[in-house]
Every structure is written in structure tokens, then in C-alpha cells.
Design a protein around this ligand. Structure first.
Ligand code: HEC
Length: 242
């Protein structure tokens, strides 16, 4: 019997805690209310705008539902309303801007991965010709710009972001280090590895239309994609970088 008593006491304690928790939960979830508003014809309207923070009760906790509104109180209500609407509008705009939704015109015209990849590949070739000419500053600049444009793809095609980031983390540092060391041999190795990385991702990527993009096969560039650029620029690699 002793054990059972103890057991019951425990159950009672647990029940008390549960009741407290329910009370706390109901208190925080229930709308703002005022004792002199309960049962008033305008109760739900008053509670609604009180919940929105547009109107507050008196210091004694009452509302005074049948009192006249002064000009000062009206001004306060309107000012609260303006603040609330401004905050709500800002949140709405931020949410729309920060969430890819291709049913929205502005999102739908943002460059997708195909467009980003054209710049990506172009900069890869520029990186190569800059490095071949020993213009290491230009090479560093092109590598930075590659990963800049990659970010556009990560935003507009969030599903591809993990693989793009993994690509950058896997192949970027070695190319970067070779450029910093002005080491042609190290650059060639790192550059070739990076190209394998491009192709691995193409092979591993699929979409609604394609099982794989392995047919997009990158190679070491053989022709200069931008021969209007003098790769061996004057003053290259001498203190341009801050
Ligand atoms: C996330 C994995 C991924 C990585 C890493 C990647 N690509 Fe791509 N690439 C794609 C996908 C996916 C497509 C197809 C894009 C589409 O149409 O949506 C593509 C397409 C391309 C295209 C065809 C663009 C066109 O429309 O003509 C080129 C060029 C390209 N990539 C170059 C590169 C180069 C160069 C690298 C490495 C520096 C690279 N890609 C790295 C996923 C990747």
C-alpha cells in the first residue's frame, strides 16, 4: 500500500504540473482581454485590435468600452496602426525577396544555372589564359569572379547550391594557392582537377528534362575567349591587390 500511495502522490504531482503547463499555454495563446469588455457587443473587435497592439487598456487593466475617445488617444491608435502596417509590409517584402518563387515575374527572370554556367565557363577560360601569360592578378580576379557568379546560381537554384559549394571548397583552394605562389606547374594540376570537378558535377546533375548533364563536357580551353584582352598586361602582379 505504501508503494501505491507513493505512486499516487507522484501521479498527483505530475497532474499538477500538467495543469500548470496547460494554464500557462492557454494564458499565452489566449487573446488580450479586459474584465469590463467580457460580454460587451464589441468584445471581439476590441480584443482583436488589442492583440494587434493598436490599442491598450487603462493602467488598472480595464478598457472602458463605452468611454469617449480623446484626440490624443485617436492619434496614438493611428500612430500604432501606421507602425504595425510598416513593419508588416517590410516583413512581407523581405520574405518575397528572400524566397525563390518562380511564379513571381521578378524571380522568374533571374538567370538560372544555364546562364550562370556560360559566364562560369567563360571566366574559367579567362583564368587559364591569364595564368598562362603569368598575369596572376588577372587569374586571381577571374577565380574570384567565378565564385561570385556561382552565388547567383546558388540563390536562383537553391537545389544546386550544396553541390556548387562543395565544388568551390574542393577545387578552389588549390587553384587559389597556385595563383598566390605564381606556380605554373601547381596551377596546371589544380586547373585540370577543377575541370574534372566541373564534369563530375555535370555527370551527377539531373533535372526534370535530363537524367544527366554529362554531355556538357569541359576541356582545357584551346582558344582565347576574349582576345581583346591583353593577358600580359602592364604592371600585372605587382601590388595591384590590396
Ligand atoms: C552543381 C554542379 C555543377 C558544377 C560544379 C558545374 N556545373 Fe556546369 N552545369 C551544371 C548544370 C546543372 C548545367 C545545366 C544547366 C541548366 O540548363 O539548367 C550546367 C551547364 C553548364 C554549361 C552549359 C551552358 C550552356 O547553356 O551552354 C557550361 C558551359 C558549364 N556548365 C560549365 C561549367 C564549368 C566550366 C564548370 C566548372 C568550372 C561547371 N560548369 C561546374 C552543373 C554544374
Amino acid at each position: 500500500m505504501k508503494h501505491r500511495f507513493l505512486h499516487n502522490k507522484k501521479a498527483l504531482a505530475l497532474m499538477t504540473v500538467a495543469v500548470f503547463l496547460i494554464l500557462i499555454a492557454t494564458a499565452s495563446a489566449s487573446p488580450t482581454t479586459f474584465p469590463d469588455v467580457v460580454g460587451h457587443w464589441a468584445q471581439s473587435a476590441i480584443e482583436k485590435i488589442a492583440d494587434l497592439g493598436l490599442i491598450h487598456g487603462h493602467a488598472d487593466g480595464k478598457f472602458g468600452p463605452d468611454e469617449y475617445v480623446t484626440r490624443a488617444q485617436l492619434a496614438t491608435i493611428l500612430a500604432n496602426d501606421i507602425d504595425q502596417r510598416a513593419a508588416a509590409t517590410n516583413t512581407l517584402i523581405d520574405d518575397k525577396m528572400n524566397t525563390v518563387d518562380r511564379s513571381l515575374a521578378l524571380w522568374n527572370i533571374q538567370p538560372g544555372l544555364g546562364t550562370v554556367m556560360i559566364e562560369y565557363g567563360n571566366r574559367l577560360a579567362r583564368l587559364y589564359f591569364a595564368a598562362k601569360a603569368g598575369n596572376w592578378d588577372m587569374a586571381a580576379y577571374q577565380l574570384d569572379e567565378m565564385f561570385e557568379i556561382q552565388e547567383v546560381g546558388e540563390v536562383t537554384r537553391p537545389g544546386r547550391a550544396p553541390m556548387l559549394k562543395a565544388f568551390e571548397d574542393t577545387y578552389g583552394p588549390a587553384v587559389d594557392a597556385a595563383i598566390a605562389a605564381k606556380d605554373t606547374a601547381a596551377f596546371d594540376t589544380a586547373f585540370n582537377n577543377m575541370i574534372s570537378g566541373c564534369n563530375n558535377c555535370h555527370a551527377a546533375s539531373s533535372s526534370g528534362e535530363w537524367n544527366s548533364y554529362q554531355f556538357v563536357h569541359i576541356q582545357v580551353p584551346t582558344t582565347d575567349p576574349a582576345d581583346y584582352i591583353d593577358w600580359a598586361a602592364p604592371g600585372m602582379g605587382t601590388g595591384n591587390k590590396k
